[in-house]
Design a protein around this ligand. Structure first.
Ligand code: SAH
Length: 363
């Protein structure tokens, strides 16, 4: 049994069931037992692999995207380069290296990393230790105006807790985590239906309300609009409207029961890009995309970059590059190309940034 499971059972026995949103927040961010608080989940030996960990090409292309977007912004100095949930710091390291093509960009950049996990902050410090650009860490997006900013978030929004509602006879009732007859954690429902939820649904349907994600999308939109910047959000998700329970637990590269090992398995939800876009436009920002990750990376020239890497590679390395390209851009269950989407929240005064220029229809 995990330490968090004990604590949750005590908490629920004393104060009653908690919302799925609170459960997810505690599993991921509990100060002692939280998933991200106590472990580095990435890589073959961990629980899952993210795009920047698959290949340096991912961060490099986002570096070129950032330079080009900065030029579209009129090359402001200083530029806040903000990353939400930087993981091991790999994306930022590859981004900054590729961005050296324009020394003025490197000169203008002030990096701000938004990270709650002390363990991952250390990993980020190691990855970025040799960097010449100034780097600062924050718990959350600065509330004060930061001026012109470029924001990057890869696989971050999927870690933000959602509220879930289940359709019952009496209406949409909030889904809770309580204790089952055997004393273990079990899903349940709040007695009273949620007022103001009028979406049609059939008995048992699940509706997700990603309040933290929508709040953050609004904040980013405000930042982009007032500072004249842009944010790139990449994640797996769908374009709503959709009903369904997307809460999933992953441990050692396999799906797990979300209630089985709180704090020991990663918990994520699928990102509803339509809702994110609506929250951003409500704050006066322009939204480009979503486009599929495959289309986005191809638009930035990933095939040319892969060919260049292969020319300098051993046959085994060339195979790795080819495999990474297929993984990052490919369709189907093993590829991230169609499952993952990219969206850009930007100052409406900016032309569409690279990768979003052509009208795209997301799959
Ligand atoms: N972007 C990285 C890591 C994705 S995992 C990559 O692509 O590899 C999610 C990251 O977000 C981790 O670094 C985790 O510690 C951080 N994180 C999760 N919830 C957070 C929150 N509420 N505030 C700040 N960081 C958070």
């Amino acid at each position: 049994m995990t330490g968090l499971k004990d604590e949750l059972r005590r908490m629920i026995a004393a104060d009653g069931p908690i919302t799925v949103e609170r459960y997810m927040a505690l599993c991921l961010g509990h100060p002692v037992h939280g998933y991200y608080t106590r472990r580095d989940p990435f890589g073959a030996a961990g629980d899952f692999v993210t795009a920047p960990e698959i290949s340096q090409m991912f961060g490099e292309l986002i570096g070129l995207w950032a330079v080009e977007t900065w030029r579209l912004m009129g090359r402001p100095r200083p530029l806040a380069l903000v990353e939400l949930g930087p993981g091991r710091g790999t994306l930022m390291r590859d981004l900054l290296r590729a961005a050296r093509v324009d020394p003025d960009f490197s000169d203008a950049v002030r990096v701000q990393l938004i990270e709650t996990s002390p363990l991952l902050r250390q990993a980020q410090q190691r990855a970025l230790g040799g960097s010449a650009v100034p780097i600062a860490w924050h718990e959350r997006l600065p509330q004060a105006p930061v001026g012109p900013a470029i924001v990057v978030a890869n696989e971050f929004f999927d870690a933000l807790p959602v509220r879930q509602f289940v359709r019952a006879e009496r209406g949409w009732c909030e889904r809770l985590v309580g204790l089952g007859p055997d004393g273990g954690l079990a899903f349940g429902l709040f007695g009273e239906p949620e007022s103001g939820l009028t979406v049609a649904g059939r008995s048992g349907d699940v509706l997700e309300r990603p309040e933290a994600a929508l709040g953050l999308a609004g904040e980013i939109a405000g930042l982009a609009r007032t500072g004249g910047g842009a944010a790139l959000v990449i994640d797996y998700g769908y374009e709503g409207p959709a009903l369904g329970d997307t809460l999933q637990a992953v441990r050692r590269h396999a799906y797990a029961d979300p209630l089985a090992e709180p704090g020991a398995a990663d918990l994520t939800v699928h990102v509803d890009f339509a809702k994110l876009a609506a929250a951003a436009t409500a704050e006066g920002a322009a939204v480009h995309g979503p486009v599929t990750q495959g289309a986005f990376l191809r638009g930035l020239g990933i095939e040319t970059r892969a060919a260049a890497l292969k020319r300098r590679a051993t046959p085994a390395q060339a195979e790795d590059v080819e495999r990474a390209l297929a993984r990052l851009t490919g369709a189907g269950p093993d590829g991230m190309g169609e499952l993952f989407k990219a969206i850009c929240i930007a100052d409406p005064a900016l032309p569409p940034p690279p990768g979003f220029a052509a009208p795209e229809v997301a799959a």
